[in-house]
Write a protein that binds this ligand. Structure first.
Ligand SMILES: Nc1ncnc2c1ncn2[C@@H]1O[C@H](COP(=O)(O)OP(=O)(O)OP(=O)(O)O)[C@@H](O)[C@H]1O
Length: 781
């Protein structure tokens, strides 16, 4: 044991090894010797794999150095080619560096005698003989899926336990003992029985504040989700800790591997609930060798807008309602107006009249084009100027040649009164301008939103200098879509860019043919890195900066939090509807979020989505998970059925304090004490205090008074041994121990919040309360 205060802590490496090496019949000397010799054999294989990895790293570094040595001379084409190759080798070096930890973690023994090692990446020797199979390759699938009932040609699955480059333990999962014995394997050399040790060790390990990958221990139901086909929308529902985030990230890595050509070009977007959460997961994809995924919160989706403002839940809920799509649409249409009266304007001694009937006809024609407001406005203005020019010409009384007519049109266009009249009829608009007008001018909101009550409209009113909020972002996006830009120049540029890009891809193909680097990069990706002048952005960078970028695949985590308007903004970015949507409708806390996937997604996706469920909680000890479940059920949440992978002794502690004023100091001192207990020799082990907003500030102050500074807000430092979070901030994260302060207070904001808070710990939940606990807490089911 490692001295941690609860039972069931992870076994030491030596213990694991002993346990793994003991198939149940007691420690017979001969058996131990046989297993030791297996370990020696595996060490030899692993040595060969690392040696190959080192060679490949050295090779890529040499190539990189050679490219850099060539210096900045030569034609622009030569320079761009060199830059592209430099980036390529840099990426390759980074990829090879990132797979150091647990390079190889498994072995499959197949019925035909083949032995296949499974690892983070695929490796071959100089003669292209396979040494290591990428976990994502079809040939690795049986490692995660094969069972004794359906062995899929596998007679034995072996987990390799490694520390650095050393093999420290083995676990065998025998799927076909007869076949194994028939192949001459001595049963005495079988290590362990089921592969459970590797999983349990991973689950019990102290947390570091950063999520790790699960590539060595993906379970069968998770693997089915990870390898599900790219097409269409896959919704993954699962209770807390069932691995939804882990699965979503591994699926992104899998899809990039299986559909590299398509996805490298169009990009993959991963949407998470907060920046803290994105920091928490940001190591996982790189550790799987993938760096090109764009990550964002919904509030970041509109380039150029920092949505850091806050507002009440009622306002956020209203802004997220699907009805707002109609409101924004109407607000745009209302800026296309037929004036009540004619406007007479003097131009060069003649009078032209902006007549309501002409404006009505021009608006009608422009609208029939079905183009966004600002683009259709070009048609409207052209039409009106032609009508006014006609009036002008009529007054001249002679035939005007076309070139003179153009001059007259230009004169009319630049006449101030005419500009004002035409703008009043069809105002050029920005999304920001449109929305600011709606929130700051009650008469505009009233005419745009008749379906809202006076009370609801009053809620939306705010001062002009109010910062943008996350719930504004989907509305800005909606407005941008309806307004469009005057994009004639942009479209011409896009056509030219597309031609240029085709030429670059063809050139990249030739380069790849002549250099033989085709297995490292596709022609499309290489072309993306060619720069004829200045640095060219990667797909991820281009995509992140472009509101109208459409991705090849979008992964949404904590998707239950998205409002109907947020979904509309997101779906615009993936017209193919190739999405992975993971979440738990019992954990919803956002005002506009959902408790029912079908109710939210059916109208948006016309019923076309498929559901997968994850059912095993890998995070929370059974005692805590059951208590959380009872409380959630009592609160009426739609809780998914789940079982816990493990339990831990003394996982739930309830501590009642005499009055409210003691909550913060007791929570702070408890957290402080537990932090010292959970920290292991390597500095891992994390404690979180989770409390409602105001209470969290009190706990922070109490910790600061005791000498522990705990930053607030978006600056949450996940590396700190103790953090203080609101339930919304804790969403998606996990800690060794959670100190939960006054559950009734947390629940009163949202029952989903309490469910989230209770299910964050991997080892123990310590509850500090002054009031009675919510229903379900203490009872047995
Ligand atoms: N197959 C596995 N092997 C090892 N660890 C796993 C496995 N599946 C999940 N885990 C671990 O379980 C924990 C919970 O996983 P994850 O955060 O992905 O769950 P979640 O379903 O997204 O939870 P929540 O809904 O509460 O945010 C993580 O530490 C993850 O690494």
């Amino acid at each position: 044991m490692d001295g941690r205060p609860w039972g069931g802590a992870p076994a030491s490496r030596a213990e694991r090894r002993d346990r793994a090496c003991d198939p149940g019949a007691g420690g017979v000397d001969g058996r131990v010797a046989a297993i030791d010799s297996e370990l020696v054999g595996e060490q030899h294989v692993v040595d060969v794999l690392y040696q190959r990895l080192d060679e490949l790293r050295a090779q890529s570094r040499r190539r990189l150095a050679a490219v850099r040595r060539a210096g900045p001379s030569g034609s622009p084409q030569n320079r761009s080619e060199r830059d592209a190759f430099a980036t390529l080798y840099e990426d390759r070096v980074a990829q090879l560096e990132s797979v150091e930890d647990r390079l190889a973690f498994g072995r499959l023994d197949l019925r035909d005698g083949e032995r296949r090692y499974i690892g983070r990446i695929g490796l071959t020797d100089e003669d292209q003989t396979p040494l290591l199979t990428d976990w994502r390759a079809p040939a690795a699938q049986a490692f995660y899926r094969a069972t004794a009932a359906q062995p899929d040609g596998v007679v034995r699955r072996r987990h390799l336990v490694t520390a650095g480059r050393r093999v420290t333990g083995l676990e065998d999962d025998v799927l076909d003992l007869e076949a194994l014995v028939a192949a001459g394997v001595d049963p005495a050399t079988l290590a362990g029985v089921s592969g459970e040790g590797a999983l349990l060790a991973a689950l019990g390990a102290a947390r570091t504040g950063r999520m790790g990958d699960i590539v060595a221990t993906i379970q069968a139901e998770q693997d089915a989700v990870i390898r599900s086909p790219l097409n269409g929308t896959l919704v993954v529902q699962g209770g807390p800790g069932t691995g939804k985030t882990a699965v979503a990230l591994h699926r992104a890595a899998y899809l990039l591997y299986a559909h590299r050509r398509l996805l490298e070009r169009s990009g993959v977007l991963l949407v998470g609930p907060s920046r803290t959460f994105l920091r928490y997961i940001d190591q996982v994809l790189p550790s799987l060798g993938e760096t090109g995924v764009v990550t964002a919160t919904l509030a970041d989706l509109y380039p150029g807008v920092e949505a850091r403002g806050t507002e009440s839940d009622d306002v956020a809920r209203l802004k997220g309602d699907a009805v707002m799509a109609r409101v924004v649409r109407r607000a745009v249409r209302q800026r296309q107006r037929v004036p009540q009266q004619a406007t007479r304007v003097r131009v060069d001694g003649r009078t032209v009249v902006v007549r309501p009937q002409d404006v009505a006809a021009a608006i009608g024609r422009a609208r029939r084009q079905n183009r966004p407001h600002n683009q259709a406005r070009v048609t409207f203005v052209r039409d009106m100027l032609a009508r006014l020019a006609e009036q002008y010409v009529q007054q001249l009384g002679w035939d005007v040649p076309p070139e003179d007519r153009a001059e007259i049109v230009e004169d009319l266009r630049t006449t101030r009164e005419i500009r004002i009249a035409l703008n009043l009829a069809w105002m050029p608009l920005t999304p920001q301008g449109l929305l600011t007008d709606l929130w700051t001018k009650p008469h505009r909101l009233e005419s745009a939103a008749p379906e809202l009550s006076a009370r609801e409209r009053a809620l939306l009113v705010r001062p002009a200098d109010h910062p943008w909020t996350p719930a504004d972002v989907p509305l800005l996006d909606e407005a941008a879509e309806l307004l469009g830009e005057d994009d004639q120049a942009a479209r011409a540029q896009a056509r030219a860019d597309a031609q240029q890009r085709e030429a670059e891809i063809e050139y990249a193909r030739q380069v790849l043919r002549s250099t033989g680097a085709g297995d490292m990069v596709s022609a499309e990706a290489l072309a993306g890195r060619f720069a004829s002048s200045g640095p060219r952005l990667t797909t991820a960078e281009r995509a992140a900066a472009d509101r109208s970028w459409t991705y090849g695949h979008v992964v949404v985590d904590e998707a239950q939090e998205l409002s109907a308007m947020a979904w509309r903004a997101l779906l615009r970015r993936v017209p193919t509807r190739s999405l992975t949507v993971v979440g738990d409708v019992a954990q919803t806390s956002a005002a506009g979020g959902t408790h029912d996937w079908a109710a939210m997604l059916d109208p948006l996706l016309r019923g076309s989505w498929r559901l997968a469920e994850l059912t095993v909680n890998y995070r929370t000890p059974a005692t805590v998970a059951q208590a959380a479940r009872r409380v959630a059920v009592a609160a009426g949440l739609p809780v998914s059925p789940q079982t816990s992978a493990r339990d831990v002794a003394d996982a739930l502690t309830l501590e009642r304090v005499a009055d409210d004023a003691l909550l913060a100091p007791v929570a702070a001192s408890t957290a402080d004490k537990l932090a010292a207990q959970v920290e292991d020799a390597a500095g891992a082990g994390r404690v979180a205090v989770v409390a409602a907003l105001g209470r969290a500030a009190e706990v922070r102050a109490a910790l600061a008074a005791a000498g522990r500074s705990v930053p607030a807000g978006d600056a949450v430092d996940l590396h700190a041994p103790v953090v203080v979070l609101t339930p919304a901030q804790a969403k998606g994260l996990e800690f060794d121990v959670v100190v939960l302060v006054e559950p009734t207070e947390v629940q009163s904001a949202s029952p989903g919040d309490l469910y989230v808070a209770m299910t964050r710990p991997t080892h123990a939940l310590h509850v500090v309360h002054a009031r009675d606990l919510p229903a379900g807490f203490g009872e047995e089911i």
